[in-house]
Design a binder for this molecule. Sequence first.
Ligand code: ADP
Ligand code: MG
Length: 342
Amino acid sequence: QDVVNRMAAGEVLARPCNAIKELVENSLDAGATEIMVNMQNGGLKLLQVSDNGKGIERDDFDLVCERFATSKLQKFEDLMHMKTYGFRGEALASLSHVSKVNIVSKREDGKCAYQANYLGEKQRKSAQDGKMLAPTKPAAGKNGTCITATDLFYNLPTRRNKMTTHGEESKMVHDTILRFAIHRPDVSFALHQNQSSDFRTKGDGNFRNVVCTLLGRDLADTVLPLSLESTRLKFKFTGNVSKPITSATSKNSQNRKTSRSFFSVFINGRSVRCDILKHPIDEVLQNRSLFCQFVALHLEIDETRIDVNVHPTKSSVIFLEKEEIIEEIREYFEKFVSDIFG
Ligand code: ADP
Ligand code: MG
């Protein structure tokens, strides 16, 4: 049973950046407007997310790291209309199987903060999901939640050994937070690595300022908004792209690939790896030998027309009317580009 749990956990949380995504999504679900991420050694030594969200109730501390424990799903039909990121109750359970988890949390209406430590198997005698090691204790802490995972993959040595280049892991965590920060200018994101600050956004809702802070003014000055609504296919496509440049200006094709500095797709608020939206954009650009350094896309679509439950990490999506959606976006973007270049 434990081996199964550990393997399942290793699949959901293959790398530090997967864990960070889950923790940040939990913070956003909790209504946080300030999210601070801390990491050491690419997240393998320490991964920490603290937020000013609604907090965890004392009684819920017993449950949060158990599999399928979620406070977000009341009945099966809710699955069809998910407005929050989480709903499977798998992230914290998985995390506690592959790291040592500490949670400190205070509700606004709570007398004080509480804290607990969790661990999956190995150091416990009985094989159960991430159980608390000791009863929940009162603790010092401000409103919100701080979740700390130390020694990620300590019980999966081969996995851990593969990630010897901490730089690569920390870059992926950095990119993950960057995506959230750009997608949510209304939330303040801060990233600290090995005690030094990587970046911090204000959270005042100003998109241009966020891009300016994170990717520089030169890029921020060229960013243009996209917006397309389809009543027939029930979707709203928005986003921002930097003004396309001719790819001849970047010297060779290899250079062209690496100079795309930012690309992200969110679907109904979730960060996803989704080539379906990337293809029509790339096609239009390639046909004109153009290139965009910055592409941030967001698709809001009727929840009955997609299936995001394909994979536990919710990073892939199946569309009901894939071809039609692609075609509408391609047409729109073609016109968008020809309005700029004629
Ligand atoms: P899910 O997000 O799918 O519900 P998780 O394993 O990610 O499952 O989280 C389990 C539960 O722990 C959540 O349903 C929520 O009640 C609680 N929780 C986790 N992180 C936070 C947080 N940052 N603030 C408040 N509650 C949280
Ligand atoms: Mg979650």
